[in-house]
Design a protein around this ligand. Structure first.
Ligand SMILES: Nc1nc2c(ncn2[C@@H]2O[C@H](COP(=O)(O)OP(=O)(O)OP(=O)(O)O)[C@@H](O)[C@H]2O)c(=O)[nH]1
Ligand SMILES: [Mg+2]
Length: 348
């Protein structure tokens, strides 16, 4: 029964997107057409964008590597990731660089660093639009796409922009904090912006291996309080993690160390969410994108109406003025005529 209701909602959403497409076609609005096509395909493929976000150097790329259990994405002690990297399921590992002019190139894993990092591709001189990686990880099954984004707030402001541009596409966010330094004002501002776009946010406090248990707890409580206050939400959950330890443990098949990294605990939370809520959240976010496109269309139509109406109003105003002038002229004629009529006839 619940599944039927879900299918029905999904179908309704498809129908609504079809109508929106019809409107965009009528208006020959290519941008809206492309966006509607994109979200329709996303819905058809059940594509779910799970996006890793956070300030620079919080360990986002390391975290994704730890989930996959392999050193796939480049990581460093300096601000690094500069391009959005989308990971999706594929039986074979395949790294594809997509350029702004539409060209695509398959590269080896070792070459990734030449395209997605500030070091290998300074200020994106290679004009990379996005990188897509297929990888055979169970995390990526059932349409889940895990996405690495450039960290915000570093001196490379272009990187911050790249991440902000991606926010409208996020279905659920994995927001990475670190224990040291704790939450900063700029991090909090970024979080508030993310909240405008994303309903579901998981908070992860990374690098717990830096602190002993007591300091760890204190740091977590601090972040929790700050976030709860900022979002006006009284039940924020923060998941502790050492992405670095988790990755090392997976590479060395060290179960004990893996438990200590807390990755298995977060795994359960994420797995639960993906099985129970992913479908619903996907519908919601497609609906939200559709609504946004519809309101943009409404706005554009209103503007067009106004543009048509303005010359009409101008014309009406001019006609009114003309008529007024005409009336004046006629009035003056009447007076003149009257004057003429009452003129005392000159003696002949
Ligand atoms: N001690 C410790 N170091 C970590 C952990 N996770 C990541 N690091 C280190 O933190 C540094 C930054 O990691 P990245 O994964 O590159 O961070 P990022 O958030 O992707 O950085 P940008 O792409 O620049 O935003 C690297 O030197 C990592 O080795 C962790 O759990 N513990
Ligand atoms: Mg990174």
């Amino acid at each position: 029964m619940m599944l039927d209701a879900f299918r029905q909602r999904r179908q309704n959403l498809f129908d609504a997107l079809g109508s929106l497409k019809g409107l965009a076609e009528l208006r020959e609005d290519r941008n809206v057409l492309e966006s509607v096509d994109e979200i329709s395909r996303k819905l058809a493929d059940n594509r779910f964008y799970l996006v890793v976000l956070g300030q620079f150097k919080r360990g986002k790329s390391t975290f994704i590597n730890s989930l996959l259990g392999t050193r796939l994405l480049p990581t460093a002690v300096v601000p690094l990731t500069s391009i959005v990297t989308v990971l999706r399921y594929g039986e074979e590992e395949c790294v594809e660089v997509r350029f702004e002019n539409g060209d695509r190139r398959c590269v080896a894993r070792d070459e990734l660093v030449d395209y997605v990092t500030e070091k290998g591709n300074p200020a994106n001189e290679k004009n990379v639009a996005q990188v897509e990686i297929s990888y055979p990880s169970p995390y990526l099954k059932d349409g889940v796409h895990i996405i690495d984004t450039p960290g915000v707030g570093s001196i490379f402001s272009d990187n911050t922009q790249v991440t902000y541009n991606f926010l409208p596409k996020v279905d659920a966010a994995l927001f990475l904090l670190a224990v040291d330094p704790p939450m900063s004002q700029s991090e909090l501002d970024f979080l508030k912006d993310v909240k405008q776009y994303v309903q579901k946010i998981f908070f992860i406090q990374n690098k717990i291996d830096y602190l002993d248990e007591e300091d760890r707890r204190e740091s977590m409580l601090f972040s929790k309080r700050v976030i709860e206050e900022a979002l006006g939400d009284g039940k924020v959950n923060i998941h502790p993690l050492s992405a670095k330890q988790a990755l090392e443990a997976k590479l060395n098949r060290d179960e004990g160390k893996l438990e200590q990294s807390f990755l298995p605990d977060f795994d359960r939370v994420l797995g639960d969410f993906l099985t129970r809520e992913k479908g619903k959240v996907l519908l919601q976010s497609v609906l939200q994108s559709g609504r946004k496109l519809l309101s943009d269309e409404e706005f554009a139509v209103k503007l067009e109406q106004k543009a048509v109406a303005t010359p009409l109003q101008d014309l009406e105003e001019k006609i009114r003025l003309f008529e007024k002038q005409l009336e004046k002229i006629q009035d003056q004629k009447k007076i003149k005529g009257a004057k003429n009529r009452f003129r005392i006839p000159r003696p002949k």
